[in-house]
Design a protein around this ligand. Structure first.
Ligand code: GLU
Length: 303
C-alpha cells in the first residue's frame, strides 16, 4: 500500500529546518516576482514557470479566474509543513500551499494573483459549492460522500490516520487503547468520524482546527488527538519534547484537490500536471514533509 509513514528517528537538523520554515521565515519556495516563474527552492532554481497563453476549454472555473484576473484558493493555516501561515508576516508555507501555487502557475497566475482563504475542514465542500474559492488544497481526503458535492483531482499524497499524545504518555499505543480516554479531533473530518464509528474512545471533543486540539492536549484537557499522521508529524517536529505519535496509522487518507463538481477540464488539467510533474512533487516533498520524518512517494492519480 502506498501510504506515507513516519520514520522512527527524526534528525534534529531536519526538525530545525522544519521549525524554521513553519515558525519563522520566508518561504524557501516563494514564487518569483513578476511573471517569469516561481517555486524557488532556497537557491535560484525555479521549480516551475508561470504558464503563458493557457486555454482550458470547457472549464467554468478557469473562465471565472481569467475574468477576475486572479485565483482564489482554499487552504489551511495551522498545519506546519502542509498549510501554515506565519502570524507575524502573513507568509504561507507548506506542501499543500506550494501544490496550490504550482497549480495556479500552470494556469497562468503568479503569486501576486493568488488570494488565499483559510477554510476549516467542516466548511470545505460548501466553499467550493458556493464558488467562494476556485479550488482547495489542504489535507483534503477523497471520499465518496464528499464526491457527491464536489470533484477531486489527485490523489497527490497518501497518509493514514494516527494518534498524537503527550511525549510521556505510556498507555496509548493505538486506537484500541482509548477506552476511558478523551480524544480530540476536528469537526467535519474523516478521522473524527472513523474514531467514533469504528473504535470506542471514552469521549470525543471537536474543534475547528487541529492546533486547538494541540492546545487542549498540552493543557492536559484531552488524552489524545486523532488525525492524519502527516499533520501530526508537523506538530511533533515543532515540539518533540512535548508530543509524540502513538502507534501505527490505521486508515488510508488520499489527499485530493477539491474543485467544482463537473469541472472535468480543470480536474484533467491538474491530474496532467501531477502526472508529468514528478520532479516538482519530489522537490516539494523533500522540502516540506521529509524534514518531519514523513516517508512517502507520489501516488498515481485516479482515472
Ligand atoms: N484528511 C482528513 C480529512 O480530510 C483529515 C484532515 C483534515 O481535517 O483536513 O477529513
Amino acid at each position: 500500500m502506498r501510504r506515507t509513514r513516519i520514520a522512527g528517528a527524526m534528525a534534529g537538523i531536519a526538525l530545525a529546518a522544519l521549525a524554521l520554515t513553519a515558525c519563522n521565515s520566508g518561504s524557501p519556495t516563494s514564487p518569483g516576482t513578476g511573471g517569469d516563474g516561481g517555486g524557488e527552492t532556497g537557491g535560484d532554481e525555479a521549480l516551475w514557470e508561470v504558464a503563458t497563453d493557457v486555454s482550458l476549454e470547457g472549464s467554468p472555473t478557469f473562465d471565472t479566474m481569467t475574468e477576475r484576473g486572479s485565483v482564489i484558493v482554499g487552504v489551511k493555516n495551522d498545519q506546519p509543513g502542509l498549510g501554515f501561515e506565519d502570524a507575524t508576516t502573513g507568509e504561507r508555507t507548506g506542501f499543500d500551499v506550494d501544490i496550490a501555487r504550482w497549480i495556479a502557475a500552470s494556469l497562468g497566475f503568479d503569486e501576486d494573483q493568488i488570494e488565499y482563504q483559510t477554510i476549516p475542514s467542516a466548511n470545505r465542500e460548501q466553499a467550493i459549492v458556493n464558488g467562494d474559492i476556485d479550488y482547495y488544497v489542504g489535507t483534503y481526503s477523497i471520499t465518496d460522500a464528499r464526491k457527491e458535492q464536489i470533484d477531486f483531482a489527485g490523489p497527490y499524497f497518501i497518509t493514514g490516520q494516527g494518534l498524537l499524545v503527550a511525549a510521556d504518555n505510556e498507555d496509548i499505543n493505538g486506537p484500541d487503547d482509548l477506552a476511558g480516554k478523551i480524544v480530540c479531533s476536528v469537526t467535519g473530518s474523516t478521522p473524527l468520524q472513523r474514531i467514533r464509528d469504528e473504535y470506542s474512545p471514552g469521549d470525543t471533543v471537536e474543534y475547528d482546527t487541529y492546533s486547538q486540539c494541540v492546545e487542549q492536549l498540552k493543557a492536559g484537557a484531552v488524552d489524545a488527538i486523532t488525525t492524519d499522521e502527516a499533520i501530526l508529524a508537523g506538530y511533533v517536529a515543532l515540539e518533540p519534547d512535548a508530543l509524540k505519535i502513538a502507534g501505527e496509522p490505521f486508515s488510508e487518507e488520499r489527499y485530493g484537490v477539491g474543485l467544482a463538481k463537473g469541472d472535468t477540464a480543470l480536474k484533467d488539467h491538474i491530474n496532467g500536471l501531477f502526472t508529468d510533474g514528478n520532479d516538482v512533487w519530489s522537490a516539494l516533498f523533500e522540502q516540506h514533509l521529509a524534514p518531519a520524518g514523513i516517508e512517502g512517494e507520489q501516488p498515481e492519480v485516479d482515472q
